[in-house]
Design a protein around this ligand. Sequence first.
Ligand code: AMP
Ligand code: MG
Length: 410
Amino acid sequence: MQLFEKLIEFPEAERLVLESTPLLPVEETPLGEALGLALAQDLTATTDSPPFDNSAVDGYALRSQDGEVGRVFRVIDEAPAGRPAQRSVGEGEAIKIFTGGVIPDGADAVVMVENTSGWGETVELKKVAAPGNNLRAAGEDTRRGAVILNAGTEIGAPEIALAATQGYGDLPVRRRPEVVVLSTGTELVEPGTRDLAPGEIFDSNSYAIVAAAREAGARARRLYAASDDADVLRPALEEALETADVVVTSGGVSVGEKDLVKSTMLDLGVEQVFWGVKFKPGKPLFYGTRGETRLFGLPGNPVSAMVCFDLFVRPALMRMTGRTDKDRPRIPVYFDKEVVNKFGRLHAMRVSLERTDKGWLAKSVGAQGSGLVSSLTKADALALIGPASNGIPPGEPIEAIVLRQEKLFS
Ligand code: AMP
Ligand code: MG
């Protein structure tokens, strides 16, 4: 059996992870798959947009100098969107035009059909027309050659729209990290497959970790739940290491006799960066590297697994794609009663948040046991309570990591 050689401080662990996180390569990625990633290069407009002068309304294109009230025009052609008119507009003539239709030669204004006698072979104006009325000029949105999106911009729906207007089918982004999740534990059963036998529990960690990894922009898949037997664990870890940028395991990484994850990883050529953090929940956290692959051995207790994921794996995944702006917000919070940390290591306490006239009031969500999955669904933030020998007095500001950002705007 192996005991922790040296527990490191929480900020040191955070630093070691970020320092060793590689940026993934830039790849041209289909427009439809780039959501949430960051542009790796400036994007320039390939064309003027809109590409041609067009109508903003349904109506008639004509010469504004003819456009006095009461004048009757001959309607000589039409210009629906996508089909330019064949003829140009002369004196006393009008061309029916619909939104997005190309402004015909000769015309310099469009009169809305609502301001005319209506659709017909001839049309009478009910309102004067002035030059440029209801015209959308070529290039008024973006100009060919102009930078339309800067490197580093997060690609959301509006950015996808703008890139599409320029004909971009692919965008230069850092590819999504491939995350492979492997839960370990002889007691684990796939949810939904059968009832539990004595001593068994359902595997919740691997599903939670895959979900959290996807939320962080990764491509993530579960391998399967491996038993604690070395001959099952080893090939599973080997497979994970072959295919992933980031391997995340849960369980089997503490000091128990059945905790073989760490030794198996080392056997497979993983170099340990650290094992053991002065932190609750998640003391046995293991972090290592093998070539470009990063390996997080999360503790099996579900709260520890999720909190460690959020605090260590999530920031690493974000950085791999070049995102530096997506860290969880950190805010000062206070408690209305004394808080004592008896653990002798930093405690990330699950708390709910409530806005008051003194700032954000934090309240423990209740018991802080590492197996209490339901507590995670109630937590808005993790309050970072240092291992002070005396308690923290009520009202004293404490840093908290906000898990539910929407809470800040509620
Ligand atoms: P371990 O870190 O393997 O010692 O596991 C610590 C605790 O977490 C034990 O009670 C395990 O049964 C539980 N546990 C381990 N893996 C999982 C998992 N994938 N889903 C839910 N609970 C787990
Ligand atoms: Mg276990």
